[in-house]
Design a binder for this molecule. Structure first.
Ligand SMILES: *Cc1c(COP(=O)(O)O)cnc(C)c1O
Length: 430
């Protein structure tokens, strides 16, 4: 698959290289130069998840990976179920949180791990690679779990000491083995600056074999297209054949971008609902026509607290910057924390326990849906990750899923470091 930099379309590389580099040398995001239209979509939708995934990816990546390779990569990466749960008449939740970190970021992180693993093996270059990631919580958990015990890889997670939830910290700081958790005495921006400082040092990057696994990596997006197909496949099995609306709880807008890519490949979607919390950069842009990134504000749905969404240029690119077409394809809206709590209550009343991110998607969806339309909102995290928010007011006791219960009981294995670039570089050089 040929990929181009969004800053300079004449810079073109294969998918494998785009994944390894993460960002183009000019700082642009990579996007596929074109996407194939899946002419046999109806047959593809009849395939089970495990057979459909390698088949779709083969249409995209067949020049770089064999079918057998894609079969094993997808089987390893997506080794947990995707479930469509009926919540109300014509409304379903697509539960994407049954993986090891209990959030949808497992899809992208685990597929990325498989791609990097196979590429390292195929190139015959047996130096160890170090995945360096700065996290405010969820990404670190998904990345650490995805690369944990993967031969040839080390993981270094940088996170702001005392500023991630105890359960989040347990998810990446109890693993040990090839995962090193470094609690930085600073905030998330300091962690990001440290990571950037390391990636910007070519000598260090080469010596430590640094690779990035952050949310702009193209491998993550491709993986995320797959569950949109699965949602429609499962809807059809319920005899629902009308074209659905998808509501996507959005922060950096990678998830929505993946849905739009699936639509470009031929998946029939009536509309996408771009749902945000109080961080209204995108809804304001769609309302008013001027794009104004701004500092983020903290909310209940904290994985969506993004004021300058990193994947938005990709969505613009899919619509060739045409705001009218973008407005025609999307519906949009936002919920503040009070409205998010109301949406959580409403779902509770329907017998469905959601997390605050899914509740934002559901709440915005309700106001943008006509009665006859079937709709799917994406459940991006397990409610148990937000026990502190949900248990008191909801009066329910939320059990941890096995993957979280397991880490919850383990002791922390972390090191505390100063926000000192040279100190971190010394650690990475070993
Ligand atoms: C990252 C995340 C989101 C936002 O996804 P984007 O692709 O960044 O828009 C939503 N919900 C949860 C639980 C997340 O971790």
């Amino acid at each position: 698959m040929i990929c181009q930099s969004l800053k300079d379309p004449s810079h073109q590389v294969l998918f494998s290289e785009a994944v390894r580099r993460n960002l183009a040398p000019d700082g642009g995001l990579y996007m596929p130069s074109s996407l194939p239209v899946l002419e046999d979509l109806d047959q593809l939708l009849e395939l089970p998840w495990v057979l459909r995934n390698p088949e779709i990816l083969f249409r995209l990546l067949g020049e770089e990976f064999s079918r057998v390779e894609l079969e094993s990569m997808t089987a390893e990466a997506f080794n947990f179920p995707v479930t469509l749960v009926k919540v109300a008449e014509r409304v379903w939740a697509l539960e994407l949180f049954h993986g090891p970190s209990a959030a949808f970021k497992d899809f992208g992180a685990r597929f990325l791990a498989q791609v990097l693993y196979l590429l390292r093996w195929k190139t015959g270059d047996h130096r160890a690679l170090t995945v360096l990631t700065a996290t405010s919580g969820d990404t670190g958990a998904a990345v650490a779990r995805a690369f944990w015990n993967l031969p040839g890889f080390k993981v270094v997670v940088l996170y702001p000491e005392g500023r991630v939830s105890p359960l989040q910290e347990k998810q990446f700081a109890t693993l040990g083995g090839n995962v090193r958790a470094l609690a930085v005495q600073g905030n998330f921006d300091d962690c990001q600056a440290l990571a950037k400082g390391c990636f910007n040092d070519p000598l260090l990057s080469a010596a430590a074999g640094l690779v990035s696994a952050n949310s702009i990596n193209l491998a993550r997006l491709l993986a995320q297209t797959l569950y949109y197909f699965e949602a429609v496949a499962q809807l059809r099995r319920t005899e629902m054949r009308d074209t659905p609306v998808f509501a996507v709880p959005s922060g950096n807008f990678g998830n929505l971008c993946a849905g739009l890519m699936a639509q470009k490949m031929g998946l029939k979607v009536k509309a996408f609902v771009a749902a945000t919390n109080a961080n209204r950069t995108v809804p304001d842009y769609l309302d008013q026509g001027t794009y104004r990134p701004r500092p983020s504000v903290p909310t209940l749905s904290n994985a969506m607290d993004v004021g300058d969404p990193s994947n938005w240029p990709r969505i613009e690119h899919l619509f060739e910057g045409n705001l009218a077409e973008l407005r025609a394809a999307l519906r949009w809206g936002s919920l503040d924390d009070k409205e998010t709590r109301a949406a959580l209550w409403e779902l509770q009343g329907l017998g469905y326990l959601a997390d605050p991110h899914a509740a934002v998607a559901y709440g915005v969806l309700r106001s943008k849906l006509s009665l006859s339309e079937p709709a799917v909102f994406l459940g991006t995290a397990h409610a148990a990750k937000f026990r502190d928010v949900l248990e008191g007011p909801m009066g329910t006791k939320i059990l941890l899923p096995p993957s979280l219960a397991e880490v919850d009981g383990k002791p922390l294995q972390r090191e505390t470091i100063l926000k000192d670039l040279n100190g971190l570089k010394a650690i990475l050089r070993g």
